[in-house]
Design a protein around this ligand. Structure first.
Ligand code: ADP
Ligand code: MG
Length: 326
């Protein structure tokens, strides 16, 4: 099947911090990422804060231009931000991010905000617009009569439902959800994740689901890409990642996911500093925090290579074991 999104060699540099005696050195927030998303598929992107997930998500939507590499949507090159063709494409790809209050306009009723994209893209007006808005509200679990409320009159979870309804209004083919439940109470996170999963399922929308919290992606993603310092270090099906993570970083992330009724006995605690692209270690960027690192890890960058059918890992140790097994 042709990919809906195809990203090749994506790099995104930011100007680093200047100091009095030093010129800013650019930091590579995303450092060579290839990925594809098939129509209707859900890809999870996980990793600690600072690993480049949000930057990658914005590049997939053409909001951040890549410093190197390119993105295609439906086999067409991503048009430049704000160009007429990008604006047209925007109806087909939507972004949902962490803070619904920041995404919403405090002065507009929620019905007006959900209807806005339909008006902007000329998809509905008058009575039809009203009906479409009411229908979207019901789809995301809001009541029709809540349409004349303002964002501050709703709970955090309800606000995120408004954002989701607005994102669905234009019948997108791709949703990028960047930490969509991280700002919500833990008690309602699962409800919103389930809602996204059901909508994704029933509408056949492809989804990129970004989270620093691996347990959030478990019930929603087909495939998971684990990022560390701007690179994908492991990619596999969601089941494979949870059952047998290959990369030591994925192993640490998986070990910290609580399993109901089980103590966190095998938890691998990550030592050292969280990832900072301004201080990228040599060789494998994860090696200073890795409990299994060998000498080669400090000098050579491991490539993301297939380790089994449908999965790849970027670790010298899996290359070694593969070499021994061959
Ligand atoms: P994540 O979403 O995984 O936390 P981000 O993509 O937000 O990662 O950030 C990756 C790195 O890029 C971080 O070190 C961050 O400080 C840096 N960064 C992100 N956005 C900018 C920006 N607009 N200007 C400068 N640096 C940025
Ligand atoms: Mg982020």
């Amino acid at each position: 099947m042709t990919a809906l999104i195809n990203a090749k060699g994506l790099v995104r540099c930011y100007e680093g911090q200047k100091s009095l005696f030093k010129r800013a050195t650019p930091v590579r927030a995303v450092d060579g990422v290839d990925l594809t998303v098939a129509p209707g598929e859900t890809l999870g992107i996980v990793g600690e804060s600072g690993s480049g997930k949000s930057t990658l998500g914005r590049m997939l939507l053409g909001i951040d231009p890549p410093t190197e590499g390119h993105v295609t949507f439906d086999s067409q090159p991503m048009p430049p931000l704000q160009s007429p063709s990008w604006r047209t494409l925007r109806a087909q790809m939507q972004l949902i991010y962490q803070d619904p209050l920041a995404a919403l306009d405090r002065r507009l009723t929620i019905a007006d905000q959900i209807g806005e994209p339909l008006e902007i893209h000329g998809l509905a007006k008058g009575a039809e617009l009203k009906e479409r808005v009411a229908d979207l509200m019901v789809q995301v679990g809001l009541r029709r009569d809540q349409g004349d409320r303002y964002p501050h009159e709703l709970s955090g979870g309800q606000r995120q439902r408004v954002v989701i309804a607005r994102a669905l209004a234009t019948s997108p083919r791709l949703l990028v959800c960047d930490e969509p439940v991280s700002a919500l109470d833990v008690s309602i996170q699962a409800q919103v994740v389930n809602l996204l999963r059901d909508l994704q399922d029933s509408h056949g929308i492809a989804m990129v689901f970004i989270s620093h919290d691996l347990k959030v992606v478990r019930n929603i993603c087909d495939r998971v890409a684990v990022m560390y310092l701007g690179r994908i270090v492991e990619e596999a099906s969601s089941d494979q990642i949870f059952a047998s993570p290959q990369h030591p970083y994925s192993q640490a992330l998986v070990s910290s996911v609580p399993v109901p009724g089980k103590a966190l006995e095998g938890r691998i605690l990550l030592k050292g500093e969280p990832p900072n692209p301004a201080l990228r270690p040599t060789g494998c960027a994860f090696h200073p925090r890795c409990g299994s690192a060998v000498a080669a890890c400090a000098s050579a960058v491991p490539l993301l290579e297939p380790v089994a059918a449908g999965r790849s890992s970027a670790c010298h140790l899996s290359s070694v074991s593969k070499g021994l097994a061959a």
